[in-house]
Design a protein around this ligand. Structure first.
Ligand code: TXA
Ligand code: MG
Length: 352
């Protein structure tokens, strides 16, 4: 299959190109498109064959359902069994935006789209290209992140191309994504409601609206949880992993820097090629083969924006091991630290 790359300028909508992509969705094809979080790989959520192709293109396990994307709150109602007051408040306040809500599903949705679950995850993205694509397609779009399963999510069209060239119909190139980590997933089908995946909408912001919202233990977990404890199928799959081994060092910053310097020396003695994912404040401290800064510790939004791109870049430099600094878990930091822990396969060192 030849993958078509179409540049779309986010400001002037470029309807002609989006129409081409929407027709491909309507005919059961696969279209990668930018959202405000990461690039998604879209298929008609109501077409079983299209959704199966989606799993195949990503090599995604069939038990891990994609998020269904809508362009209007009204589109949610036919997809779900019921919309609670809480859901209405959250949709009003946070949509369009990086928040995914889990509802009880309706029978209108094919089983493959929800991986046989009795629930469905839905979000309204904030990116103009994503919204026009959904509107033009005249149907909800199932869209997991547009990476091969297990790899870091794509934050630009080049990342999508690297993973999926020849496996999908079109890539709409709308430039780099703004947020850089995926949407926050909140399960409203349980009481108390639970945050299953931290992301672009912070726990602190959500708590102001849903007072009894809890963090699923998995979110802050420092080790792999047994799969019977899992609520979101994606929790149990390996994620965000570059080719190189990842080691995460957490603790207060002086201790982290000292620990990483010692690790770098040790790896060098063993002739292991090492890359460090540092921050602006610390990057000069390291004498590793590759050192990249995620941004300043004083602005974790930038750190989130750079995270997946730099994981890919350090990997492309051919290092054997990537050592990453932990960050504060406040605000969007919770999503960053959660992705780093998963990328490391929970190889976490506590520096003291
Ligand atoms: O920001 C995002 O959410 C991006 C963009 C493209 O919108 N999408 C994304 O999709 O990250 P994906 O498929 O990579 O992640 C979806 C997550 C998975 O962890 C999946 O297990 C979970 O949502 N999920 C899907 N349906 C669910 C359900 N019914 N109940 C609980 N979790 C669900
Ligand atoms: Mg994903």
């Amino acid at each position: 299959m030849k993958t078509l790359m179409l540049k779309v300028d986010s400001d002037n909508h470029e309807m002609a190109k989006i129409k081409v992509a929407a027709e491909i969705i309507q005919h059961g094809g696969l279209v990668a498109f930018p959202t405000e979080t990461v690039y998604g790989l879209g298929a008609d959520a109501l077409n079983c064959d299209a959704v199966l192709r989606l799993f195949e293109a990503k090599k995604r396990p069939l038990d891990n359902p994609p998020i269904v994307h809508v362009a209007d709150v009204a589109e949610v109602y036919p997809l779900v069994a019921d919309v609670s007051k809480k859901a209405e408040v959250l949709m009003n306040q946070f949509w369009p935006g990086p928040l995914t809500l889990v509802f009880k599903r309706s029978i209108n949705i094919p089983n493959v789209t929800v991986a046989g679950l009795d629930t469905i995850a839905i979000r309204m993205p904030q990116h103009p290209v994503a919204l026009s694509l959904i509107k033009q397609s005249l149907r909800p779009i199932a869209a997991p992140s547009a990476n091969l399963a297990g790899k870091p999510s794509p934050t630009n069209a080049q990342h999508v191309f690297e993973d999926l060239n020849g496996r999908i119909d079109v890539i709409l190139d709308g430039g780099a994504t703004k947020i850089g980590v995926e949407s926050t997933v909140v399960d409203l089908t349980i009481d108390p409601p639970m945050l299953l995946r931290p992301g672009g909408t912070s726990f602190e912001e959500l708590k102001k609206v849903v007072f009894n919202l809890k963090l699923h233990p998995f979110v802050e977990s420092e080790k792999e949880l047994p799969s019977e404890k899992v609520r979101s199928p994606g929790m149990k799959h390996k994620h965000y992993a570059p080719k190189a081994e990842v080691v995460l060092v957490e603790g207060n910053i002086e201790a982290v820097v000292a620990k990483i310097k010692a690790l770098v020396e040790l790896y060098k003695l063993k002739a292991v090629k090492v890359g460090v994912l540092a921050t602006d404040e610390t990057q000069k401290a390291y004498n590793a083969d590759v050192v990249k800064s995620l941004g300043s510790r004083s602005n974790l939004f930038i750190v989130a924006q750079n995270l997946f791109k730099l994981l890919r870049e350090v990997d492309a430099d051919g290092v054997d091991i990537i050592v990453a600094e932990g960050v504060s878990s406040e605000g969007i930091g919770l999503a960053v630290i959660n992705r780093l822990r998963k990328a490391s396969g929970y190889h976490i060192i506590k520096a003291e």
